[in-house]
Ligand binder design. Sequence first.
Ligand code: ZN
Length: 403
Amino acid sequence: MTQASCDSREILARLVAMDTVSSRSNLDLVHWVADYLGAQGVEVVLDHDAGRTKANLFASLGPRDAAGVCLHGHTDVVPVEGQTWTSDPFTLTERAGLLHGRGTCDMKAWIACALAAVPAWSRQRLRTPLHIALSYDEEVGCLGAPGLIQLFGRSVPRPALALIGEPSLLAPVSAHKGVVALSTRVTGHAVHSSLIHKGANAATAAAVMAAEIHRIARQWCHRPGPAGMQPGGPTMNVGVLRAGAARNMVADHAALDWDLRYRASDDPDELQREVHSAVDAALRQALGAAHERIRLETVDVARVPAFQARQDSRALALLRSLGVQAADSGVAYGAEAGQYAQAGIDTVIFGPGSIEQAHQADEFIAVDQLQACDAFMQRLGYWAQDHALVAPARVAEPAGAAP
Ligand SMILES: [Zn+2]
């Protein structure tokens, strides 16, 4: 395959063959894309992480000084360990109109379609620049995108609009939840298990806290969210609970890893305060006087801001003018749209494939979704050739993001 003549399927096969599970380097993929774009005469800017084992990539076609549209994708994928695959996850394999492989729908197909359109776009005289932005480490907390976004308006042009290609069956997604990843260390007082009246059991305290988190989350989740967001309200989940050293000791240590997922209309700090005061009351009731000897320390491990598209979203209007008719809706997962919106960029999620396939064994993108996305990229090229975006006035306050 020569790099000058690739269709989206060939490119997808290349991208899938490069194992970019988040724990690994994505440099092979990023360098391949840089070479591919270089062969089309398109310059790229790489932004490496501190360890220089990963990089974001930014490329731009069209005029340097005009307001453009950014097509954003993440390069990393989730692991395949513990999953039963019918064929090798890193070899693109067609069965019955479905192209299987890790990352096909989440979200290498989007990247492949954008890259496949580049030769045509570079022959067109674009009035609106089209940017391609690729990030690393989305699947482990959207860690790469902030570094990429920091380049905007400095070493690379600042996009006016952004499309984030998470799998949405090519329907617009106008809201996603934010995430606060939390770890709580519980310290108690250890004594022999025959003397429980003298100890303070951290394992019991952690269990009470986990139960209280669950109780509150069950109430919150029924609150209404944007259409399509299920559950609508905030949720919490305790994913890891570790405690104690031996059966015959009152445990003096425990730890919980948990997360809080919230709507753009919520204040996550306020929600956390509510949880901590309820946990405190529950511990007081469950442990009595021993409660005084239990210490809880909770730290934020990572935060992903919630996303709500602007009311007058021009990104959504652009999709409409490109023939996208499906109603916009919200989703419960976190993504990089909130980070773009927080930077004041008018953003919407829109990508091929279904989120139902993401992270699954035998993940796939349907051939017709790939073709529909190719057709979308073609329409976008013609649109960018015929239209110039008016740069939005820089908003003083970032729009659409949670505090
Ligand atoms: Zn994704």
